[in-house]
Design a protein around this ligand. Sequence first.
Ligand code: HEC
Length: 123
Amino acid sequence: MSLSSSTSAMKPGMRLRLASFAAAVSFGVAAPAFAADIAAGARLANERCAACHGKDGNTPVDPSYPRLSGQHEDYLVHALKAYRNDSRKNAIMGAQAKTLSPADIENVSAYYARQPGMMTHDR
Ligand code: HEC
């Protein structure tokens, strides 16, 4: 087999791989539902959560209300799902969490996790 014939034999396969790579990239762009929407999370936080947890998620109206900013994203998701299915029982947060969709939970958790918290910068 000469070098030139093996090169031309590879071309269709390379084109196929490039095509499927391009398809994978555009699929990623076309499916943003799996990525948290931080802006939507921020809106939800300001409208629904700030009243108790503070405008910055860090100045709760009552010392018994937890700070959310800078908390781990997966912890926040876990806590909200637990309130929603009553495996973590709290009258206030149970009622709050039951109005949140799974996307709301992802978005608001992603938002709070990205805000500066007590543990995330100089003390
Ligand atoms: C009416 C007041 C109130 C509102 C509104 C409210 N929360 Fe809460 N939240 C609380 C209280 C009180 C607790 C502590 C409950 C407990 O002891 O489990 C809490 C706890 C939490 C926790 C658990 C934190 C931890 O450290 O375990 C998360 C997460 C949370 N809230 C998220 C939210 C989000 C997101 C919103 C907006 C959709 C929201 N809360 C709206 C009062 C409120």
